[in-house]
Design a protein around this ligand. Structure first.
Ligand SMILES: *Cc1c(COP(=O)(O)O)cnc(C)c1O
Length: 390
């Protein structure tokens, strides 16, 4: 404990010292099963040997040069990611918020290219897009914004999973240039839209010449049981952002674009000192290699089903459980009451879980879980919730 950190976080009373796979050990030697993976970051678990090797080898060779020079690892990563995602070009940042900033800047360039003076982006209620001024403005949660006004101009909000609301905005506002949504809302409580929502957005964007921007920072890189969540809807975005699962804990974000949107940035338009340096790109390449080799995308889908079926069996009939839902390894158990204290009781029981949107227990476990570890999480979390509700 120190008095010398700003007080923007409220950490639980534990300090972890080492990790391996789905397990963490605290400074007292107590062992925890990780159902959160650093908030959808460590998809390959902790200290995965392939990532460790890539980091050590790259650190011993070259950590950083500058985007003033070609970076072979960055070029290789752009080729891998665009091929996987069906996109054309990528820009690398250090975080999710910065990846979204790049997407927002692309949308504004797109608008100015059509002589729209105040290009406006439609964003949704309940969304989370980051903590920079533009991304907290895009975020559909007043708590994230309060105290930081004035907010950034050029955003208009619609309810999530409501195509009619988008059409209504379209007919009243001729400065709209893009729609930016999460394919599954993460921080806002794992909200999964209707099957036709993303397809409907795609059609509206095509009809009006808008860009469809998907924030896949939480859903991307295998988390939902597909490489990218848009694949569930068989559509293709114009712009997609990634971050959390991409580096397995090494700070890297990406903004990928396709078609006209991929050609918008010209020299001088955007940049980052650290973004896409050899070290982080080596880690991300190792993540992609390992996901392919260990077939972790398919595994996420399979495990997701095991979680949903498991929780249905243990919790569906419990009074106070409102809904059990998920897509791949984004899993939610919504309760009828606030349940933030469950994070603490889980910790005492040696389990790491999260509560978001006040009353949603959220699991974002690593994709490398064994069946037995998944079952241990299901049993442990079911018991915690049942005890809490009784
Ligand atoms: C976590 C998250 C972000 C922000 O990423 P940072 O790396 O914290 O800036 C943005 N969008 C979504 C959907 C996220 O889950």
């Amino acid at each position: 404990m120190t008095d010398h950190l700003m007080q923007n976080y409220l950490p639980l009373p534990v300090t972890f010292e080492k990790g391996e796979g789905a397990w963490l050990w605290d400074t007292e030697g107590k062992k925890y099963l990780d159902g959160l993976a650093g908030v959808a970051v460590c998809g390959l678990g902790h200290a995965h040997p392939a990532v460790t090797r890539a980091l050590c080898d790259q650190a011993a060779t070259l950590v950083h040069t500058s985007n003033w020079y070609h970076i072979a690892r960055q070029e290789a990563l752009a080729e891998r990611l665009t091929a996987l995602a069906g996109m054309d070009r990528g820009f690398f940042s250090n975080s999710g918020a910065e990846a979204n900033e790049a997407a927002i800047k692309l949308a504004r360039l797109h608008g100015h290219g059509k002589d729209i003076d105040k290009p406006t982006i439609i964003v949704t209620e309940g969304s989370f897009h980051g903590r920079t001024l533009a991304t907290l403005t895009a975020t559909g949660n007043r708590k994230v914004q309060a105290g930081f006004e004035p907010l950034v101009q050029g955003f208009v909000r619609a309810p999530y999973d409501d195509l009619q609301a988008i059409e209504t905005i379209a007919s009243n506002n001729n400065e709209v240039v893009a729609v930016m949504v999460e394919p599954v809302i993460g921080e806002g409580g794992i909200q999964i839209p209707d099957a036709g929502y993303l397809q409907g957005l795609r059609q509206i964007c095509d009809a009006r010449g808008w860009l469809l921007i998907l924030d896949e920072i939480q859903t991307g890189v295998g988390r939902t049981g597909k490489w990218f969540a848009f694949e569930h809807a068989s559509i293709q975005p114009d712009i997609m952002t990634l971050a959390k699962g991409l580096g397995n804990g090494v700070p890297i974000g990406a903004c990928l674009a396709r078609g006209e949107a991929a050609e918008l940035f010209q020299p001088g338009h955007h940049g980052s000192t650290f973004g896409g340096n050899p070290l982080v790109c080596a880690a991300a390449l190792a993540v992609l290699d390992t996901m392919e080799k260990e077939k972790l995308v398919e595994r996420a889908s399979q495990l997701g089903q095991q979680f949903i079926e498991g929780f249905q069996a243990t919790l569906a009939h419990v009074d106070g459980v409102v809904e059990i839902r998920g897509q791949g390894l984004m899993i939610a158990i919504e309760l009828d009451r606030p349940c933030g204290e469950l994070m603490n009781t889980a910790l005492q029981a040696g389990l790491l879980i999260n509560v978001t949107a006040t009353q949603v227990v959220r699991l974002l476990p690593p994709l490398i879980l064994t069946d037995a570890e998944a079952q241990q999480l299901i049993d442990g979390v079911s018991k915690l919730i049942t005890d809490f509700l009784n």
